[in-house]
Design a protein. Structure first.
Lengths: 621, 611
């Protein structure tokens, strides 16, 4: 079995981020190291140019460390180099080659890190989310969770790979360049250093305002998008009311607003661009001019002068970028928080277990009461027993608590949710949950959830099919099922004809991106899906509602033949479905109103009897 | 087009986006002058940009080497003027490019949206909302961006490259030719990588959307996953995709790294050529040291525009999809169109001639109608006849997805009969305009669609000049008055996108009120299956009775109460009408209607028994 339950709690953003970075840190570290090598190599280029111009082509003495100078002397000094310029050219090409390699290493490292981080985040989120308790899912909106899993994850990845790593790389770059410049000429470097904060601050200030205008633009775009969306989803209403002209006006007005907001954003953006372009050009000009003055005064050689101009040009772009990166980094914090919220939700406890953990025997509910926080009781002191191998029928109106009963039995809900404070009370001041459910005498809470769910099969009223082939859907809970079992289950569930009807048979793609099955077909698929698992207890939660009475009967007869010793629980509106059950419970607003067999219930002249009369009368009207 | 097809197509050939461009020309036309100005300004700015290294040469030649500062003042003045000029020109260019971008995308958005208002329903049946929505919102944006910025990129980088070459040629022909030899080599490298990168990027987008779909499945199907103990199976499927994603993305990243390194290497090669041959020439006195430094600057910078130019080309190739999609939309013609004569008399969608409109009484007749959906392969109606006199109610019943809306679609003229005709007040529907018909039809969807805006805006949707008295009266008639009065701002309350601040039942009642205010002669009602509480249910039943009264109505029905009262019931199965008649007749037939009715009734019986 795969990764164990995640029990870790993340107290803050940093711990969350570090957890996600667990597999990718080394790649980022490698990228940073290569980035330093890369910066050093790139900065050698101007130096090579400077020395070549100054000391090889020009007449200046070599300004190099002793070791390098003696090496040059050994091969023949300046005269040799002057007549063999290809040596320098070769050296440049070699440097370029090493440069290329370290660049490749840096980029590959950064990509690997980023993609590993992305994969880790996605995998962690997915496995975590599907293990979160059902109550969590019921309480959260799909769209919101998806948003967190996609765009927030993307934002964090960007933060690390495009902002954090690039920021470090640029800092390395700037620091290295400044060191090189410092060695050439201190005075000029001071000027450069003076401009650094000016340009960065300028960029920071602008980006703060740009971000504000960007938000306005974004909101206007959101509104326009919503108008288009509404128009498209409501196309019938628009047409049937003949409101095309009105809609056109609405859309054009809003697209005009977006246009205006975009223009404002653009003006600021272009102004920023021009101002920072002016600043950096002006700075380059100053360096050129003051450098020339130093040359004239003799404190700078022409080669060094060119070299310095080269370094200065190299940092102009990174410096301009810094402000933008810093201002964008703040966005990531929100995204980390939004994801931490999901990751900190507790997974279902006691998930894993083997089939053997599940005892055979009767199922007993004794004095089971259940309510959600802030609501009244959904189940109120419900007690009953289903003997092994027998069939129980449950009848109740929508909202009578039938489904909750079944959710408790499959441990989708627990009588004492671990997340639930035991002293919490419901609206009426009663304890939230009480009572006990046992299987074969064992408290169901002592049995691992997976064991429970593997031995208790349940078919939902509105089954969910996954975007896979029909066969994959059928065997999703039992992947080693043999062909014979599958065919039998399909036959029992009256699904054979449907499958034969499809051109691709069992390989037909269903679900969101495949063939759309009707409600009845989905229900029958889900029934076959359950039969393949051969569970000890089968629950049909109103799962024949979309099947016509004839097929319903056909399926139930086939089930009787095949189910063998399985315990069956049937929930239905249809008395013809329930009447043959060994025991029938009539559930009303969370309480058992009547119970017995079909015959005894009819004799009682109560609710059951009334429904029977209504249904038989309705059918023959 | 399926994903597979797109993939194959991309790998086999990548061509320039000639397709569809003629259709885009009208969108560029208003900005002809601006685009021209952008071109001139762009050329100027690259000219200046390419000339900047000459300042360095001047400084070397006149100040550094002679070791004098004579003439430095004019130098400063000229330099500063150039910088200011450069920045100003850049500002003017950028502002224009920005304006053109968003203006073109706005114009296209409007055009696409307006065109959609005239398209018939077959378009909306064949394309889902998400697809159409991104045509309006993102394709237009992308094209605006491409047209304006890529245009500028070509101008900037193209002319920058050209100026650099010219200047190098002026300074020294031989050395310039050496460097120029490297340009085609670089171009080949860039082209080689771009071609592969385009394909990989597309693949990544596809995997990404699959991963999103899997997230969606894991969340919406959580209950099923738990019940089936399929956490491991699902997790495995998910991890397979994220693994593939990582592999593909790393491969792309690596390829990109080689690409960037390759181009940079070519730049260094250019530099080494300059150092070697230029150095020789300088030593021999054939080249000034200052000219050598200019060459060094050019050698370091020349590969960049080459790379950018080809990347621009690659972006154009990628934009081909967007251009194709939007032009396909604009080319699509409505298959329900009014004839020129009808438009002449009654006006078109956006400019109706209401003075020529006749009254509509609501007598609807299907006369020997045969109908097949444009994307279908089977007649769903064959020689169908139905006469609905003014004020009669028709109920249409059948399972979800059985094709119950066909009849309604025809009445509303969302589709036109393949054969036969539909008469409105005895006259072929095609003899009058769609807008005329639609202005007299009320349509109530019970997955009710409210627009964002105030409650008043929504209720007035069918009659823009309705007074508050009229609105309140209608609300009272459908017993929805208290929904509005209980709101703090009453009619001025914002309903939020899709009416999200209201419950389903409230929205349903409001949409009845909306229909009442419009006071249509023909009413179409599409009942939803969603369950509401008993009190609301009763109100809705009452509201239905109220709105139907006195109008010709077609009801796609789920409620027994609505069906039983209908003047005629049509029973639909697998797209075809298989039974028709009054409730009692149909029950006596003991056919499909009987089955459907019984099933509905069972549930109702349970509900009632517990009351």
């Amino acid at each position: 079995m795969g990764a164990g339950a995640l029990t870790k709690d993340f107290p803050d953003k940093k711990s969350m981020l570090m957890y996600f970075l667990r597999g990718s840190k080394r790649y980022f570290a490698a990228a940073m190291v290569s980035s330093c090598v890369l910066a050093a190599l790139e900065l050698i280029n101007p130096r090579v140019i400077g020395i070549t111009v100054d000391s090889v082509i020009g007449e200046e003495p070599f300004d190099l460390p002793l070791a390098v100078r003696s090496m040059i002397d050994r091969i023949g000094g300046r005269d040799y180099l002057r007549s063999h310029l290809y040596v320098i050219a070769l050296f440049v090409v070699c440097c370029a080659f090493l440069n290329g390699i370290s660049r490749i290493l840096y980029r590959t490292g950064a990509t690997k890190g980023a993609e590993t981080l992305l994969r880790t985040m996605r995998n962690d989120l997915y496995t975590h989310i599907i293990r979160l308790p059902f109550s969590w899912h019921a309480a959260h909106q799909t769209g919101d969770i998806i948003q967190r899993c996609t765009s927030d994850v993307e934002t964090i990845k960007k933060f690390i790979s495009e902002q954090f790593v690039v920021l470090l790389r640029m800092l390395v770059w700037i620091v290295f360049s400044v060191i090189f410049m410092w060695r050439i000429h201190t005075g000029l470097t001071v000027i450069v250093l003076f401009f650094l904060p000016v340009i960065i601050t300028n960029s920071l200030i602008f980006h703060k305002h740009i971000a504000a205008r960007f938000r306005v633009s974004d909101e206007e775009e959101g509104r326009l998008s919503a108008i288009a969306q509404e128009n498209l989803t409501g196309v019938r209403v628009v047409r049937a009311f003949g409101k095309e002209r009105y809609e056109r006006k609405r859309f054009e007005t809003q697209s005009g607003r977006l246009h205006a907001a975009d223009i404002r954003l653009g003006q600021l953006f272009v102004t920023f661009w021009s101002v920072s372009s002016f600043l950096s050009r002006f700075q380059m000009f100053l360096i050129l001019l003051i450098g020339a003055v130093f040359c004239v005064r003799g404190s700078l050689t022409s080669g060094h002068y060119l070299e310095f101009i080269g370094y200065n040009a190299m940092i102009s772009w990174p410096v301009r970028m810094l402000g933008r990166i810093i201002s964008e980094m703040s966005k990531a914090g929100v995204s980390i928080e939004r994801i931490r919220y999901i990751m900190n939700a507790g997974e279902e406890s006691a998930l894993y277990g083997e089939d053997e953990d599940f005892p055979a025997g009767d199922i007993t509910f004794s004095h089971v009461s259940f309510s959600f926080t802030g609501e009244g009781r959904v189940l109120d002191d419900v007690s009953f027993t289903v003997r092994q191998g027998e069939t129980l029928g449950i009848l109740g109106a929508t909202g009578s608590g039938k489904s909750t009963l079944m959710y408790l039995m499959t441990r989708l809900y627990d009588l004492d949710d671990d997340a639930q404070k035991t002293d919490e009370k419901n609206m009426a001041g009663q304890p939230l949950r009480s009572g006990i459910i046992t299987v074969g005498g064992k408290d169901i809470r002592q049995i691992p959830r997976h064991a429970v769910r593997r031995r208790i099969g349940m078919v939902l009223q509105e089954p969910y099919l996954f975007s896979r082939t029909l066969e994959e859907n059928l065997t999703i809970a039992k992947r080693d099922a043999d062909k014979k079992t599958i065919r039998n289950a399909v036959k029992t569930a009256a699904l054979k004809e449907t499958i034969d009807h499809f051109t691709h048979g069992y390989d037909t793609l269903v679900g969101e991106r495949g063939v759309t099955l009707s409600g009845g077909q989905k229900q029958r698929t889900a029934i076959a899906q359950m039969l393949i698992r051969e569970p000890d207890i089968m629950i049909f939660d109103d799962s024949l509602s979309a099947v016509d009475a004839e097929t319903d009967l056909q399926i139930r007869n086939a089930l009787l033949e095949n189910a063998g010793r399985a315990t069956v629980i049937l929930i239905s509106h249809r008395l013809t479905t329930l009447m043959h059950a060994d025991h029938i419970i009539v559930l009303d607003k969370g309480r058992i109103a009547e119970e017995g067999t079909h015959e005894t219930l009819l004799k009682r002249q109560g609710i059951y009897h009334r429904i029977y009369e209504l249904q038989t009368a309705g059918a023959s009207e | 087009m399926s994903m597979e097809e797109t993939g194959k197509k991309d790998q086999s050939h990548i061509s320039l986006p000639y397709y569809g461009i003629p259709r885009l020309i009208p969108f560029f036309k208003p900005y002809k002058k601006t685009l021209f100005a952008m071109m001139v300004l762009g050329l100027l700015s690259s000219l200046i940009d390419a000339a900047f290294p000459l300042f360095n040469r001047y400084a070397l030649d006149h100040f550094v080497f002679p070791k004098t500062l004579q003439g430095v003042v004019p130098f400063i003045i000229v330099y500063m003027i150039t910088v200011v000029l450069f920045v100003t020109i850049d500002y003017l260019t950028l502002i224009r490019a920005w304006r053109v971008e968003i203006s073109i995308s706005r114009d296209m958005k409007n055009a696409a949206f307006n065109h959609l208002q005239t398209l018939s329903f077959s378009y909306f049946n064949q394309n889902n909302v998400g697809y159409i929505h991104s045509r309006i919102m993102s394709d237009t944006q992308r094209i605006g961006e491409i047209v304006s910025w890529r245009f500028m990129d070509v101008i900037w980088h193209g002319s920058y490259l050209l100026f650099m070459i010219v200047m190098m040629l002026i300074v020294d022909i031989k050395l310039a030719l050496y460097i120029m030899l490297l340009i085609p080599v670089t171009a080949v490298i860039v082209f080689f990588f771009q071609k592969r990168l385009i394909v990989l990027h597309r693949l990544i987008r596809e995997i990404n959307s699959r991963i999103t779909a899997l997230f969606n499945e894991g969340i919406t199907g959580a209950k099923t996953i738990k019940i089936l103990v399929a956490e491991e199976t699902m997790g495995e499927g998910f991890r397979k995709e994220t693994d593939l994603m990582r592999r593909t993305a790393v491969k792309t990243g690596r390829m990109h790294a080689f690409f960037i390194a390759g181009v940079a290497f070519m730049g260094s090669t250019a530099l080494s050529i300059v150092l070697m041959s230029g150095g020789h020439m300088t030593i021999e006195g054939a080249l000034k040291l200052s000219s050598l430094s200019v060459f060094i600057t050019y050698a370091l910078n020349i590969m960049e525009p080459v790379q950018f130019l080809i990347e621009t080309l690659a972006q154009l190739v990628q934009a081909q999809v967007n251009i194709e999609r939007i032009t396909r939309l604009l080319r699509t013609e409505s298959d329900v169109a009014d004839t020129p004569e009808v438009i002449e008399k009654y006006g078109d969608t956006f400019s109706p001639k209401k003075e020529n409109w006749e009254d509509l009484h609501g007598h609807v007749t299907f006369e020997d109608v045969t109908f097949m959906y444009p994307d279908g392969d089977e007649n769903v109606l064959t020689h169908f006849n139905l006469d609905v006199p003014e004020g009669k109610n028709i109920a249409i019943v059948g399972e979800t997805g059985a094709g119950k809306s066909t009849l309604v679609n025809l009445v509303c003229r969302f589709f036109e009969p393949t054969k036969g005709r539909i008469l409105i007040d005895g006259k072929d529907a095609r003899e009058r305009s769609q807008l005329w018909l639609h202005s007299h039809i009320g349509y109530v969807l019970q997955t009710p669609h409210l627009f964002s805006g105030t409650v008043r805006d929504n209720l007035r949707y069918g009659k823009e000049d309705a007074t508050d008295e009229e609105i309140l009266l209608a609300l009272r008639l459908v017993s929805a008055e208290e929904i509005v009065t209980s709101m703090e701002k009453g009619l001025d309350t914002e309903v939020g996108e899709g009416g999200s601040s209201l419950s389903t039942g409230e929205k349903q009642l409001l949409s009845f009120a909306r229909a009442l205010i419009a006071d249509p002669k023909i009413l179409v009602l599409d009942e939803a299956t969603s369950s509401v509480d008993t009190v609301t249910e009763r109100r809705i039943q009452e509201a239905i009775r109220t709105v139907i009264k006195g109008r010709t109505s077609f009801v796609i029905a789920h409620r027994l109460s609505t069906v039983v009262d209908a003047d005629e019931i049509l029973v639909v199965r697998d797209g075809k009408i298989i039974e028709r008649g009054k409730h009692s007749e149909l029950m006596r037939m003991r056919g499909y209607y009987h089955t459907l009715y019984t099933r509905q009734y069972e549930e109702l019986a349970v509900k009632e028994a517990f009351q």
